[in-house]
Design a binder for this molecule. Sequence first.
Ligand SMILES: Nc1nc2c(c(=O)[nH]1)N[C@H]1C(S)=C(S)[C@@H](COP(=O)(O)O)O[C@H]1N2
Ligand SMILES: [Mo]
Length: 316
Amino acid sequence: MLIKRPEDVRSSEITDEKLYRDRRQFLKAAGLATVVSAAGLILPEGCASPTATAGGTAQKGPFDTDEEVNPYEDVTTYNNFYEFGVDKSDPGRNAGTLRPKPWKVKVEGLVKNPAEYDLDDLLSGFTMEDRIYRMRCVEGWSMVIPWHGFPMADLIRKLEPLPSAKYVKMETLYDPEQMPGQRRSFLDWPYVEGLRMDEATNPLTLMAVGVYGKEGPNQNGAPIRLVTPWKYGFKGLKSIVNISFVAEQPRNTWQVQASNEYGFFANVNPDVDHPRWSQARERRLGELVKRKTLMFNGYGEHVAQMYEGMDLRKFY
Ligand SMILES: Nc1nc2c(c(=O)[nH]1)N[C@H]1C(S)=C(S)[C@@H](COP(=O)(O)O)O[C@H]1N2
Ligand SMILES: [Mo]
């Protein structure tokens, strides 16, 4: 498969990315644990405490993979975001029409604090972290992405769902003017996804506001998107405008589209094939030889307990 690479990635971004990777490589080679600051600087552990720097720093967390991070160019030019076209290169070229600021998020349903929030207000008080996650798309490709965001559990704690809330349902913006792909109705817009409450509050689950230590870009789901690294990529809905707490399991977009091919849970599982292709292997972007796909994408120690007693062949 050939990957199209548009020429329009700004050189300053490429430089940022190169610096970021080179520092990581250097520190890895030197055998040093790393501390990633909000500004993208990496210092040997011990040189900075979490409160030492303006803007804050975050220690390399227990969830970060040590695998090589994909370049900024991969992360921002090989995307799935059908609201901007179905080719992997479309979102990077077309997502400029999205206006991520100002942004409103409506919170509704079984929750103590329903309201239409200005995103800045909703996020006030949250500390952004950088987390390096392995990501796996149902189509068979994978990437390692440094996300910039905060645990979804923090947001849920702030919103205070009622005990009757069992699931959280989320929706992407519907605005064909900003998202021209929505003028064609091959998907049932807006894109919808959901998580069971324990999944939403799992420490791995992130609300990302950007990649590579800063906000944006649009093609990755600005200004706020979901990241669940043990699930196939389609669970990670982008550009969220609605969060509702519900009692029943919601129908997500791909279930509506093809319920024989896509389930609600979408946990990465090398033993359960997609009806049209195997899920046993994956192609990491930038590599030629395929890798074996890991159960729960390698995150079993953090998430497997949530599915104990469930038949994961039935609940795919
Ligand atoms: N709104 C919306 N969210 C979406 C999609 C989409 O088409 N629309 N594609 C999903 C799929 S299939 C994948 S693999 C990931 C890709 O995220 P990335 O481009 O940031 O790597 O976004 C997911 N979120
Ligand atoms: Mo995907």
